[in-house]
Design a protein around this ligand. Structure first.
Ligand code: AMP
Length: 114
C-alpha cells in the first residue's frame, strides 16, 4: 500500500532506525519513544491490525512476539521484563493502520509512575 507509512518504512522509502530485519518482519525504533527502549515490530505485508493478522497469518503473530523477545534480549531487558502492546482502533489510539507490536522496556510501568 503506497499510502501506508509503515509499508513505506519497510520498503525503505522513508528512513527508520532499523533494529532487526527479518524475511517477513521488520523492527525499528519509535520516533516518539515512551520508554528507554521503544521498538515497533511489523510484518512486511500489510494488515490493518492484530486481529486481521491473526485471522490471515497466525504464524506471523508468533513471529512478531518472538522477534520482540529477541530484541528485548539484545537490549538487556529479559531479566527485568518489558511490555508488548498491539493498539487496535480509535479508543486504543491506533494511529498507523499497519499492525505493529510495541516493545517497551527499560523502566517500570507501575502506577503511580516512578
Ligand atoms: P499507534 O499509536 O499504536 O498506532 O503507534 C504508532 C507509533 O508509530 C507511535 O508510537 C508513533 O510514535 C510511531 N511512529 C509514527 N511515525 C513514525 C516513524 N516515521 N518512524 C518510527 N515511528 C513512528
Amino acid at each position: 500500500m503506497t499510502d501506508c507509512l509503515f509499508c513505506r518504512i519497510v520498503a525503505g522509502e522513508i528512513p527508520s532506525q532499523q533494529v532487526r530485519a527479518g524475511e517477513r518482519t521488520y523492527a525499528f525504533r519509535d520516533v516518539q519513544p515512551q520508554a528507554p527502549t521503544h521498538v515497533l515490530i511489523v510484518p512486511r505485508e500489510h494488515y490493518a491490525n492484530a486481529a486481521e493478522l491473526a485471522a490471515a497469518r497466525p504464524e506471523l503473530v508468533a513471529e512478531l512476539v518472538a522477534d520482540a523477545a529477541a530484541v528485548a534480549a539484545e537490549e538487556g531487558l529479559t531479566d527485568r521484563g518489558y511490555r508488548l502492546v498491539f493498539n487496535t482502533g480509535p479508543d486504543a489510539q491506533q494511529s498507523v493502520q499497519h499492525v505493529h507490536l510495541h516493545l517497551l522496556g527499560g523502566r517500570s510501568f507501575g502506577w503511580p509512575p516512578g
